[in-house]
Write a protein that binds this ligand. Structure first.
Ligand code: BTN
Length: 264
């Protein structure tokens, strides 16, 4: 990672601060600590390695040195965006897909709610965490982990979903610094379009498994149906055969079961 380019980007993107670590517990945890100290943001925290990287549903996220992108962006949603927490994962997913396409020529898809797939294999994960003051949404930390080199893949036995990495789909190595800067720039631009029609249309176009039979598992609850798309709040719409159902959260599994979701 090129620190000077990151510093230059901080000024260009009007970030309040940028912190880069060779190794840290979790960039999301650090960004949440910044939010606690009243950091105005947008603030970027990036690391070459994480020792306690966090995934969704309390899973671990492995970040081996020199192999991945791992970063978190602390932002304070504008008033009109405060009721749209669910859409921040969509925002990050869309930004990652756009940049993978523009910078690297890779066509990626979004596995609802926040995985990025290439050829139906997971290459990136997104973990959004919110900071609340009572009922009011104060800040959002958008954490993104992207598998770049082969060394980013966890050992086979801990993989619960087929995984891949960017360089498996490219002839050249990836410039991680410019990928990071481009994604942050895209998120900051796109956030002003959160949930508007154009945003939702593009998000829906990039959703994986449309028209395929899936199951959404949330704790003990399982909903099966054909994946239709997302509604403007970021809920997944399934056609259950008896009508349309909107689902706010859960893990998406293909049906019949060919895989399960999990770390990586
Ligand atoms: C998932 O797929 O479960 C989400 C993974 C999110 C990982 C990223 S890496 C950067 C940021 N810091 C963390 O501790 N987690 C996120």
């Amino acid at each position: 990672m090129d620190r000077q380019s990151l510093t230059n980007a901080a000024a260009r993107l009007q970030l309040s601060r940028i912190d880069f670590f060779d190794s840290i517990d979790s960039t999301n945890a650090f960004a949440l600590r910044l939010a606690d100290t009243g950091e105005s943001g947008p603030a970027l925290v990036a690391a070459d390695a994480q020792t306690s990287g966090r995934g969704r549903m309390n899973r671990r996220w492995i970040t081996n040195p020199g192999s991945s992108l791992a970063f978190s962006l602390l932002i304070h949603p504008a008033g009109s965006q405060q009721a749209k927490l669910q859409l921040f994962s969509a925002l990050a997913s869309l930004a990652v897909c756009r940049v993978l396409n523009r910078q690297l020529g890779i066509t990626a898809q979004i596995k609802w709610p926040n995985d990025i797939l290439i050829n139906r294999q997971k290459t990136a994960g997104i973990l959004c965490e919110a900071v609340w003051a009572g009922e009011s949404l104060q800040a959002v930390v958008i954490g993104i982990g992207i598998n770049v080199t082969k060394g980013s893949l966890p050992v086979e036995s801990s993989l619960q979903y087929p995984a891949t990495y960017l360089e498996a789909h490219l002839a050249d190595s990836v410039d991680r610094t410019s990928l990071l800067v481009n994604i942050v720039s895209e998120i900051l631009t796109l956030k002003d379009e959160l949930g508007i029609e154009r945003f939702m249309n593009e998000y829906n176009q990039m959703l994986a498994f449309k028209d395929e039979p899936v199951r959404i598992i949330m704790g003990e609850s399982v909903t099966g149906g054909t994946l239709v798309g997302s509604d403007p709040s970021g809920n997944l719409i399934l056609d259950t055969g008896t009508g349309l159902t909107a689902i706010a959260a859960g893990d998406l599994h293909l049906r019949p079961e060919t895989s399960t979701t999990g770390v990586c």
